[in-house]
Design a protein around this ligand. Structure first.
Ligand SMILES: *Cc1c(COP(=O)(O)O)cnc(C)c1O
Length: 378
């Protein structure tokens, strides 16, 4: 059996171990220390916008804190893009608040501005004005940020940007992760850079960052003894993980370039195949890191289905995956309100993510290409 080709593997740059050794030598083996501070600074500089960054244990933790800092409470409603990974929606329920799911538009596969407005108007008419909006940049593709921000402003609802998949992507040359009132990054093992597990909350003000750090370190009041007047969390990033992050930030531009080359590789393979569309930026305003390369398969035109392709790849030990199953179709969110049509649902039915790691070798790419072309000739 051939080696497994994964969808998206961790890809170390080489510098990570130096920062980890330094942490051991100085005994900063704790959820605080120089790597944490410097990793935050690296991110702040990379985002090159007026932001503050708090490094945390996960992107999910960052979303949870974003909702708390924006004042979301039990029984509040929060709008969330339906077409996403469950981690975008789960933290809403941690607070006893209720997600209201909204469909995507077909160009970026992200939050549809029209359906968003419809949801806000209807929820408000029912006496529950949404407390926040969670927009996602799926697979690294920036959402329609101008239109979405305009709706958010019009109704004065804060925007939370789930940029977990979009570090390195830009919209009108501004980095994803700097558009929201709060934005979330993830450094899970499968993301474009990793700290093995980790995330960050990107805030607009120093006060917001201080609040995030305070809440993420058990909400200790300023006293010599342990004094608490709020519920806290254990969400700070470890100084060892942050060392990995510092090494990864040294190679982020290369990682983005490699993922974008994979995207071009798939465009080249599929350009002459009927019925296959490679998910691509709608125009020059959008620059995707192409975290995952994805396609849609029109079975009538292609002569094979998404599932045929997935199984043929699996047979050669090549991992591929259907697109995210929309949250409004998940059993756990059965009773949540939903606004929009069937864009996300249709994408889920016909879409596939292909191996996209920045460490794919030429031999890996050849195997993938051969498997795909074999299918075409069946
Ligand atoms: C990965 C991911 C998250 C969660 O990040 P973790 O660091 O794994 O907690 C949230 N939203 C989206 C869209 C993601 O892909």
């Amino acid at each position: 059996m051939n080696n497994k080709i994964w969808l998206s593997s961790p890809h170390m740059g080489g510098g990570e171990l130096n920062y980890i050794h330094e942490a051991f030598e100085q005994n900063w083996v704790a959820p605080l220390g120089p790597n944490v501070n410097n990793f935050e600074e690296d991110l702040r500089r990379y985002l090159s916008h007026d932001v503050e960054v708090a490094a945390l244990s996960a992107g999910t933790a960052a979303l949870h804190l974003a909702l708390i800092i924006l004042g979301v409470k039990a029984d509040d409603e929060v709008i969330c893009q339906s077409f996403t990974f469950s981690a975008s929606a789960n933290p809403i329920t941690y607070l006893g608040a209720k997600p209201v799911f909204v469909d995507s538009e077909p160009e970026t596969w992200n939050l549809c501005p029209k359906a968003l407005e419809e949801a806000i108007v209807d929820r408000t008419a029912r006496g529950k004005k949404p407390k926040a909006i969670v927009v996602v940049h799926l697979y690294g593709m920036p959402a329609k940020l101008d239109e979405i921000s305009a709706v958010a402003h019009r109704y004065k609802i804060p925007l939370i940007e789930d940029a977990a998949e979009a570090l390195g992507s830009t919209y009108k040359e501004q980095r994803c992760g700097t558009f929201g009132e709060m934005s979330v990054l993830s450094f899970n093992g499968n993301k474009i850079i990793t700290t093995s597990g980790g995330g960050a909350l990107v805030c607009k003000t120093k006060e917001q960052k201080e609040q995030a750090v305070f809440l993420s370190t058990q909400a200790r009041d300023n006293a010599p003894h342990y004094q608490h007047s709020q519920i806290g969390y254990n969400y700070r990033m470890s100084n060892i993980s942050a060392g990995i992050g510092r090494g990864q930030m040294e190679v982020i531009d290369e990682r983005v370039a490699a993922r974008r080359r994979n995207h071009q590789f798939y465009k080249d393979i599929f350009k002459d195949m009927d019925g296959i569309k490679v998910f691509t930026e709608p125009n020059k305003d959008y620059f995707s890191n192409h975290w995952l390369s994805a396609i849609t398969v029109d079975e009538g035109l292609a002569g094979f289905s998404r599932e045929d392709l997935r199984l043929v790849l699996e047979k050669d030990n090549i991992e591929s995956r259907p697109l995210w199953k929309p949250m409004h179709l998940q059993p756990v969110f059965e009773s949540a309100p939903y606004y929009g049509g069937k864009v996300a649902e249709e994408l889920f039915n016909i879409g596939l993510c292909l191996p996209s790691g920045s460490s794919l070798s030429d031999a890996d790419r050849n195997r993938i290409k051969t498997a795909i072309l074999n299918l075409k000739s069946i």
